[in-house]
Design a protein around this ligand. Structure first.
Ligand SMILES: Cc1ncc(C[n+]2csc(CCOP(=O)(O)OP(=O)(O)O)c2C)c(N)n1
Ligand code: SF4
Ligand SMILES: [Mg+2]
Length: 312
């Protein structure tokens, strides 16, 4: 595995003068924005993107270090709008792609963005396995309780009774509880926020980025086209309430986090669960280093020959 110092820095995409990293100003929205987002006016996803730009600026992440991965969906259009490295990958398969990047590029912090369908439906299994493997990255699930891109089908987070093109008489299947599912899957950082509270979104993104492991944020992000008003009861400007996780909550207490997740909507916002466990990145790097030690000084063909000989 290459150390950060050995990794060639790709072309300088910025117009910033070559100052030392600490002396440079963080990239501005103008320097990092790509295409104009194609979301419907008023879509919650705009705020999440704006806050990602803020994070990049505040934390001084340079173009060559920005890695934005997504699956398919309105929310998953994210990488198109960021002028840096990234991938708009297959529906539900953003996490395996991001895992490969994370495990081979320890100098990067990979961000994955996607919707409730991408995360909990088609990508549900990948979510469980990435969580239990504790692969270092941050996954922001932009939950709008509906399939937006495909024009209003029931999603795994749609509440009972939700009328959609797949449930014309109203949803009858019990929705999943994202927080409970993520905690039980083994995610080591689980938080909840909403696009209507920008400071809180940024705070959660920063805390997630600083976590050494698989960090997930469920960010409520309203689909004004197919589920208008879904989150009004969590928005004080619409008469709702935005209650933070209680200050005395112990984020390392799995049962307490689970209990918090059981509160009825709008529930709580903040970090529900956070523990330090070995990451797959560290475990795998240790195996690679020890194997490289064993074959030190040998040519690649010699290593291959030995492997073939063992198979005889
Ligand atoms: C394999 C596959 N199955 C189905 C689709 C159709 N499809 C595209 S996006 C989507 C759901 C998106 O919903 P969500 O992840 O909640 O994102 P949103 O659009 O709501 O942001 C579906 C079913 C697809 N592109 N690929
Ligand atoms: S359909 Fe919904 S989720 Fe998609 S861009 Fe429009 S408002 Fe946003
Ligand atoms: Mg959705």
């Amino acid at each position: 595995m290459s150390s950060p110092a050995e990794i060639p820095v790709r072309g300088n995409l910025t117009s910033v003068a070559p100052l030392l990293p600490d002396e440079r100003k963080g990239l501005t929205k103008k320097e990092i924005a790509a295409d104009h987002p194609t979301w419907c006016p008023g879509c919650g996803d705009f705020s999440v993107l704006a806050l990602y730009f803020k994070l990049i600026e505040k934390r001084k992440i340079w173009h060559e270090k920005i890695t934005t991965v997504a699956g398919i969906g309105c929310s998953s259009r994210f990488p198109y709008f960021v002028q840096a490295h990234g991938a708009h990958y297959i529906h539900g398969r953003a996490l395996p792609f991001a895992s490969g990047v994370s495990l081979t590029r320890p100098d990067l912090h990979v961000f994955v963005f996607g919707g409730d369908g991408d995360a909990f439906s088609i990508g549900g299994n990948h979510l469980n396995h990435t969580a239990r493997k504790n692969i270092k990255m941050t996954y922001v699930i932009m939950d709008n309780w509906v399939y937006g891109l495909t024009k209003k089908q029931t999603s795994p987070t749609s509440p009972l009774g939700f009328k959609s093109k797949t449930d014309i008489w109203g949803a009858v299947d019990q929705p999943i509880n994202p927080m409970k599912q993520l905690i039980s899957a083994g995610a080591t950082f689980v938080a909840r926020t909403t696009h209507t509270n920008p400071n809180h979104v940024l705070q959660m993104m920063e805390a997630a980025m600083d976590h050494d492991g698989f960090s997930v944020i469920e960010c409520l992000s309203e689909c004004v086209e197919f589920y208008e008003g879904a989150f009004d009861s969590s928005n004080p400007r619409k008469g709702g309430k935005f209650d933070l996780v209680p200050a005395e909550h112990d984020v390392t207490d799995e049962l307490a986090a689970y209990k918090l997740a059981g509160e009825p909507f709008p529930g709580r916002f903040g970090i529900f669960y956070k523990v330090n466990k070995p990451t797959k990145n560290v475990n795998e790097a240790a195996i690679v280093t020890s194997m490289q030690e064993k074959v030190k000084g040998q040519e690649p063909w010699q290593i291959l020959q030995k492997t073939f000989d063992r198979m005889k």
